[in-house]
Design a binder for this molecule. Structure first.
Ligand code: NAD
Length: 360
């Protein structure tokens, strides 16, 4: 079966890091028999400049027609003053909504070789491997009613609505439990059930979903405690599943435990396991065009794509171990550079991963 992959380099460092990720995909195609068809399209600021919209219809229809999307990053200072409806980020939101990507997978992995990059003590974070599963299309970010109204007193009042249907909680629950089955078989559901009725329902539904996965252990934690535990003893977690807003905050906190934004991939999946894969970082306009960006987060996004959409677990493992070997050889881009290591360019890092894969 041939998998269709849509490549969206985007803006800033996007094209540079994407060139390295597609080098890896081509190698897998040539030497490991991976059957893929790759197409490329515009998204974000570059799409706006070329077509007047950050998500051209052609891009959305190619995205809907592909098995997986590999995205670089979007955005940049030159587009910051545009009307909000056509800002580069709208391209991403349009893809998420258009494909119904409700399950956001954010791993926080700290390679032992980079333990010094974290602001936490090396023994607290070295070898960290957590997966945060964030609900992405519901909750307070989308709930109605919302807005700012003027009260009879003349004072303004802002309001948003935290809202989840059972079916929305069930599907993100299944997503988390299925992932846990491929890992250490532990799910921690994060809520605020002591204060918010909506997350009381969240907890109830998670307990129900857990019955379908007797091999996976379910625990619950209030979000305030979860934030504390993430910085106190993060290695206690395997999979964490939570609402859109709690996941937004906790996943950024978990990412920062690793101290290396250029190393972290992410995935957003829909019910058909169609997915959009992208590094967690942005378009880094400050270093764009200099050939110094770290391409490993994008290369590791390819590994996630192989694992979660293309069902090529062995190839995913191969990429992850190639990245590990490259770090063992002391190669570092500027963002993860430390004393005694060899500083390499974006392109040299991509080539080093490709060579590791060739040596297998
Ligand atoms: P950023 O992630 O782009 O950059 C933050 C810092 O990390 C910068 O110093 C940057 O140089 C560095 N950095 C990021 N990725 C790196 C990499 N691969 N290698 C080395 N260093 C790296 O965040 P920002 O500066 O807040 O945002 C810049 C632009 O990106 C904005 O327009 C923002 O809206 C956009 N953005 C896009 C996404 C996305 O496409 N998913 C996510 C976040 C931000």
């Amino acid at each position: 079966m041939t998998h269709k992959i849509l490549v969206l380099p985007g803006d800033g460092i996007g094209p540079e890091i994407m060139a390295e990720a597609t080098k890896v995909l081509k190698l897998l195609q040539q030497e490991y028999g991976l059957s893929i068809e790759m197409e490329q399209a515009l998204v974000g600021g570059s799409a706006y400049d070329a077509t007047g919209t950050p998500l051209p219809d052609a891009t959305l229809s190619l995205a809907k027609d592909s098995d997986a999307i590999l995205l670089g990053a979007v955005g940049g200072t030159q587009w910051e003053n545009l009307d909000i409806a056509v800002r580069p980020e709208k391209g991403l939101l349009g893809l998420r909504a258009g494909l119904g990507l409700f399950s956001n997978l954010r791993p926080a992995i700290l390679y032992p070789q980079l333990a010094d990059a974290s602001t936490l003590k090396a023994d607290v974070v070295s070898g960290l491997d957590i997966m945060i599963v964030r609900e992405l299309t519901g909750g307070i970010y989308f709930g109605q009613p919302r807005g700012v109204r003027t009260l009879d007193s003349g004072e303004k009042q802002g309001y948003n609505t935290l809202i989840y249907k059972e079916s929305e909680i069930e599907r993100i629950g299944h997503s988390a439990f299925e992932i846990a089955q491929k890992r250490d078989k532990r799910v921690c559901s994060v809520d605020k059930a002591n204060v918010l009725e909506c997350t009381e329902l969240w907890r109830e539904v998670m307990i129900r979903v857990a019955k379908d996965y007797p091999d996976v252990e379910l625990s619950h934690m209030y979000v305030d405690n979860a934030a504390m535990q993430l910085v106190r003893a993060p290695k206690q977690f395997d999979v964490m599943v939570t609402t859109n807003m709690f996941g937004d905050i906790l996943s950024d906190c978990a990412a920062m435990l690793t101290g290396s934004i250029g190393m972290l991939p992410s995935a957003s999946l829909n019910e058909k396991s169609q997915g959009m894969y992208e590094p967690i970082h942005g378009s880094a306009p400050d270093i764009a065009g200099k050939g110094v960006a770290n391409p490993l987060a994008t290369i590791l996004s390819v590994a996630m794509m192989l694992r979660y959409t293309l069902n090529e677990k062995q190839l995913a493992d191969k990429i992850e171990s190639a990245v590990n070997n490259v770090l063992d050889k002391n190669l570092r881009t500027a963002d993860i550079m430390s004393e005694g290591m060899t500083n390499v360019s974006t392109e040299a890092m991509g080539t080093a991963v490709v060579e590791e894969l060739q040596n297998k």
